[in-house]
Design a protein. Structure first.
Length: 135
């Protein structure tokens, strides 16, 4: 298979599968840790209005979704890529970081979660996944 095509495939697979993992965890999160009483997590405006009601435990699953989605996507991209495996994994981390920034801008959230999420869930997970995939 053409190396350029394989590298492009690595990015596409990393983004698609990483998003599937992310959304899967987000979708099941309210059954693992129920939201505060009366909060509709399926409506973006209702969710944004209810963020102040959330306790720290309510942010565990979103963090895991962001970190694991990025990790899986970056790992797959690095495994599929022909060259520059770490760079492809970090590229997936940057892609998901941009999504995380957009999410924070749309929903908001406590400062501690914003910092934790943006600092630990994306670039470090991309790097670790790239290192593991390379070895």
């Amino acid at each position: 298979m053409n190396p350029t095509f394989k590298n492009i495939l690595a990015v596409v697979v990393g983004i698609v599968i990483g998003n599937i993992v992310n959304m899967g965890i987000v979708m099941m999160s309210s059954s693992v840790i129920p939201p505060p009483e009366g909060v509709d997590v399926t409506n973006m405006d209702a969710l944004k209005a209810a963020i102040p009601l959330f306790e720290p435990k309510h942010f565990i699953m979103p963090f895991l979704a962001h970190a694991l989605g990025t990790f899986v996507g970056a790992y797959l991209a690095a495994r599929i890529a022909v060259t520059h495996k770490i760079n492809f994994a970090l590229g997936i981390g940057v892609f998901f970081l941009i999504g995380g920034v957009a999410n924070i801008m749309m929903l908001g959230g406590p400062l501690w979660f914003t910092a934790l999420d943006l600092v630990l869930a994306y670039i470090p997970m991309g790097y670790v996944a790239g290192r593991i995939a390379k070895s």
